[in-house]
Each structure stands twice: as C-alpha cells, then as structure tokens.
Design a protein around this ligand. Structure first.
Ligand SMILES: [Fe+2]
Length: 164
C-alpha cells in the first residue's frame, strides 16, 4: 500500500476521530435520553451531525490526495477502531456523566489532532487542508467547551454522598 506522509497520516487520524465521535456522541445521547436530559440529547445529536459532516469533508480532501485514498481510509479505520475499543471499556454500565467524561477525553484528543494538522500544514501549505482546518477548528473548540460545561452541570446535580 502507498506510503503516507506525516500530513496524510494526520488527515487520516482526524477522519477516523470524526467517525468515532459520530458514534460516541450517539451512544452518550442514548444515556442522556434514559435520564431525561432532553437538552443534552439535543446537543449530542447536533455534535453527532457535525462529526458526520466533518468526516465527509475530510473524506473529500483525502480522496483528492493522489493515489493515497485507500491508504488514508485504512489508517482512518484503524484510528476509529482504537477509540471504539476504548469507548466500550469506558462506557460499560455507564451513566450520562460517565459518557460526558469519555467525550471530554475524545473531544480534547480530537482538538489536539486538528491543531497538529494545522501546524503541519503551515509548512505543507496545502490549500484544501487549510480550508478544511479553518472550517473545523472552531466547531471542534466548541465541542470541547460544550462537553465540559454539560459535564459540570450534571456533576453539580449529583449527590456526592450517594453510593457510586
Ligand atoms: Fe468533535
């Protein structure tokens, strides 16, 4: 299979992370629904749709990388699988707050990867990658903030002396 550059590998990783985020937000929205957290369900559904859109945009950029389409897809699948395995372990018998804790790690990791891709591309100067990063970074920053705020709101409603 074609050899990926550092830039292509990072593109594959943000693609895989967006695909994983789509699944993770859907899973946590189910937990939130069970607890009657309607507003949180809506937020997570919006995030899931944005993750799907991000994945699609990454895919479009990847498809334009000459001869690397398959290798990028393969690497993205690997990244997605790694996150999915971590999610399964973390979210066994989970409540919505556990779900948000998982998402806080996943979304922060996703943001870190986008910032790294942004930095790599300052030297690579690929127009398609620059446009992709510029459109996704603000959304990704908002995801990190929204998850943080939601988790703290749920935590404030918890009775700390209850059995865990
Ligand atoms: Fe996200």
């Amino acid at each position: 299979m074609a050899e990926l550059t550092v830039l292509d590998e990072k593109l594959a990783e943000v693609l895989g992370l967006a695909q994983a985020a789509q699944q993770a937000t859907r899973k946590v929205s189910q937990l939130a629904r069970r607890e009657g957290e309607g507003e949180l369900v809506e937020l997570l559904q919006r995030m899931s749709a944005e993750a799907a859109d991000t994945a699609q945009r990454c895919q479009q950029v990847a498809d334009e990388r000459e001869g690397l389409k398959t290798a990028i897809r393969e690497k993205a699948r690997e990244t997605k699988r790694e996150v999915a395995e971590f999610m399964e372990t973390y979210l066994e018998d989970a409540e919505a707050l556990d779900g948000l804790e998982f998402l806080s790690m996943a979304e922060a990791g996703e943001l870190a990867h986008w910032e790294i891709l942004d930095t790599l591309n300052r030297r690579a100067r690929e127009t398609a990658v620059r446009q992709l990063v510029e459109s996704v970074l603000p959304i990704q920053r908002r995801h990190v903030n929204d998850v943080r705020e939601s988790s703290l709101r749920l935590a404030a409603d918890e009775d700390p002396s209850e059995p865990a």
